[in-house]
Design a protein around this ligand. Structure first.
Ligand SMILES: Nc1ncnc2c1ncn2[C@@H]1O[C@H](COP(=O)(O)OP(=O)(O)OP(=O)(O)O)[C@@H](O)[C@H]1O
Ligand SMILES: [Mg+2]
Length: 476
């Protein structure tokens, strides 16, 4: 599949469609925008879509309810397409309206949006609120004969139920255009929480960066029963997995019962030349820095894996020191025990033993246990019977996440010195930078360990294993 080229003619056509001059006058204003997200965005929110967004929304209006869009970064996936379309669906109860099978039951919209992180899922709900407030102001321009605002001062936000809305969900009250009860859009971080919901529609932002099992085992089952809308939007990622199969850039399938699109950064050049020039400048700088694969992936719809390993492999090799031995017993100095729980899915629980930094700041990794996937029932017993008697343990550092809370409580109850380590998506880059710097300076060293070297070798500059089958548990 080739990316769709957006020509000046297409932009002109879109502009004509959106111009108020051409707004259908044979129906009440709200009845028109109720059925047209493009005109709603333009004339209620004051946010005219760019042409690629217009094309996607046109497909949607034509009844194509399963759509995959592979596109560039920074082209309005989140603030425009996701936030505006989903606000429209919520305000006008589209989840019910568009679902044949659901019509006679509860009659409200319950849409799910999956974003890439917890933070982004909250930002998205915020964004939807911001769009709504902006719409209030925009709609004040429509005046009646006496010069009063036709739709009042707050046509949009007066319909939101801000009391029931939270960081993760936006609720619309019952009303003339909405449902007989309230409707909800819920925004999720990609976790198992998605499971167990029943959606009238599903939007996945940055789909290629969400684990396949969340989409395939939780999100799709949640939308399949009564859902009438699935939109998967993303910049590309590695050439495998759900989003890759959906977009199928090499056209390997014979036919498709859904719509696919690709848009590079060039898609917006005629919509907003000034903005385009700015992004383009940044792209040129990245190319000059040798980040060609990254540029192709993030701006030109190419499913290429990261070409750079995050850790300098030569330096990593130098940190594997033949004079350090792997130990099962060593009591000549204090050590720190690190525990990273595997938790969900395919990751392993790992326990690492390292010496505390010596006077040169050097810390030596002298033991490591990697548990089989989903089998970490004995971590506490193993520490108690195999580690504590054999090492002079100063502290136990545990990755503090939802899955490790019970273990942490139990360790504290046993009187162990536990340090909780917040290794979140937000803090990760910073810790990794410090770790990389320690490796380059040979401050973190280890006994020779081929399995660990392999993890380092396959660890990409997006802080993930470059291959789907790769692991990073020991690095963590
Ligand atoms: N139709 C539009 N009209 C005007 N500005 C737009 C439009 N669509 C997007 N933008 C602007 O483009 C910028 C990028 O938007 P947004 O963050 O939604 O893009 P994105 O594709 O989600 O980016 P990222 O790849 O960083 O997640 C924002 O400044 C937004 O205001
Ligand atoms: Mg985005």
């Amino acid at each position: 599949m080739e990316p769709t080229e957006i020509t000046p003619e297409m932009v002109a056509e879109k502009k004509a469609y959106c111009s108020f001059k051409n707004f259908p006058k044979n129906k009440p204003f709200l009845d028109v925008v109720k059925d047209d997200p493009i005109l709603f965005m333009t004339h209620c929110l004051g946010r005219e879509p760019w042409t690629w967004q217009y094309l996607v929304l046109k497909e949607y209006m034509a009844g194509k309810k399963r759509i995959g869009v592979c596109c560039s970064r920074q082209v309005g996936k989140t603030k425009y397409l996701t936030a505006c379309l989903n606000l429209w669906r919520l305000l006008f109860n589209r989840g019910w309206y568009e679902s044949e099978s659901y019509r006679n039951s509860k009659q409200f919209t319950f849409d799910g949006i999956i974003s890439m992180t917890e933070d982004q899922s909250m930002i998205l709900i915020d964004e939807m609120k911001e769009v709504a407030f902006g719409g209030d102001t925009y709609m004040q321009r429509y005046k009646d004969a006496k010069g009063k605002p036709l739709f009042g001062e707050k046509w949009i936000t007066s319909q939101l139920d801000l009391r029931k809305s939270t960081m993760n969900q936006l609720v619309v009250k019952k009303g003339k255009y909405s449902a007989i009860t309230s409707s909800i859009t819920k925004s999720f971080a990609p976790t198992g929480k998605v499971r167990g919901s029943t959606f009238t529609g599903l939007f996945v932002d940055e789909c290629a960066y969400v684990d396949d099992y969340i989409i395939e085992d939780a999100a799709i089952p949640a939308v399949q029963a009564i859902g009438s809308y699935e939109l998967y939007v993303s910049t590309p990622n590695r050439p495998e997995g759900f989003f890759y199969e959906l977009i199928d850039p090499d056209d390997k399938k014979d036919d498709y019962d859904y719509v696919r699109y690709m848009f590079t950064i060039d898609a917006i050049q005629h919509d907003d030349p000034e903005y385009y020039a700015k992004v383009k400048k940044r792209i040129d700088e990245m190319v000059q820095d040798g980040k060609v694969n990254k540029v192709n992936r993030e701006y030109y719809c190419s499913f290429v894996s990261s070409d750079e390993t995050y850790f300098p492999i030569d330096k990593v090799r130098e940190t594997m020191d033949n004079t350090i031995e792997k130990r099962s017993h060593w009591r000549d100095g204090p050590v720190v025990v690190g525990v990273d729980f595997g938790g969900k899915g395919k990751s392993h629980t790992v326990i690492t033993v390292s010496t505390t930094p010596d006077r040169y700041g050097v810390s030596r990794r002298i033991a490591c246990w990697r548990y089989p996937v989903k089998q970490d029932g004995d971590v506490i017993a193993d520490i108690k019977y195999n580690i504590l008697p054999n090492f002079q343990v100063k502290d136990i550092v545990v990755d503090s996440c939802a899955a490790s809370q019970i273990a942490i409580q139990n360790m504290k109850r046993l009187g162990w010195s536990v340090i909780e380590f917040e290794f979140t998506r937000k803090s990760k880059p910073d810790y990794f930078d410090r770790f990389r710097s320690r490796i380059s300076r040979k401050l973190s060293v280890s006994y020779p360990d081929a399995a660990l070297l392999e993890e380092f070798n396959g660890f990409g500059d997006d802080l993930k294993p470059m291959k789907k089958t790769g692991t990073d548990d020991m690095i963590d």
